[in-house]
Design a protein around this ligand. Sequence first.
Ligand SMILES: O=C(O)[C@@H](CO)OP(=O)(O)O
Length: 228
Amino acid sequence: MPTLILVRHGQSQWNLENRFTGWWDVDVTEKGVAEARAAGQLLKEKGVLPTRAFTSVQKRAIKTLHLALEECDRLWIPETKDWRLNERHYGGLTGLNKAETAEKHGEEQVKIWRRSFDVPPPPLEADSEFDLAGDARYAGIDVPNTESLKLTIERVIPYWQEEILPELAKGETVIISAHGNSLRALVKHLSNIPDDEITGLEIPTGQPIVYEFDAELNPGEYYYLKDA
Ligand SMILES: O=C(O)[C@@H](CO)OP(=O)(O)O
């Protein structure tokens, strides 16, 4: 039975510091490492062993994938990294503290920037220290300067359909190690969640979520592997 495992990266340094992160390539903390290892141990314990892996080009997701795969002795499986699984781009908010930004602009405005479906944060200035246009990993890619969830969906779902779904069609057990909003995009698509409801879905770090697909590749209800 084709199976999909979604894992949000373990705690990052900027999760810990409560800073808007987006495309900035922040590392995992010690706690994040432990969360990633625990995710892999759970996969092993439950016998849900990935045969194919996808991740973003951001080290918090890549490291989480590798730590989890190491724990379940699956470091050998084929893996693909792609920017389309990156976190949504946080624009001009990148690097700012979330609580300080709420004090400055108000809770309501910050909630809109964080959780509205189609309102992107203010764009990143071209001369910002957080501009990644010159980063080697994005050569040939039109790096966005901000993204809403809607814009994130517009890159995640075509990638899902073109690259990941064909692997599931072969019967693979696919693991995707990614980010709060790229995974929110996928869950919205797979579970048919309306625009105004998806913003309430919070995906915890390092907790494997599982979808089982039927022969026609229709996904069932997702569940947290720890509850299975
Ligand atoms: O900072 C970010 O990039 C994301 C994920 O941590 O934050 P938010 O919860 O606001 O989507």
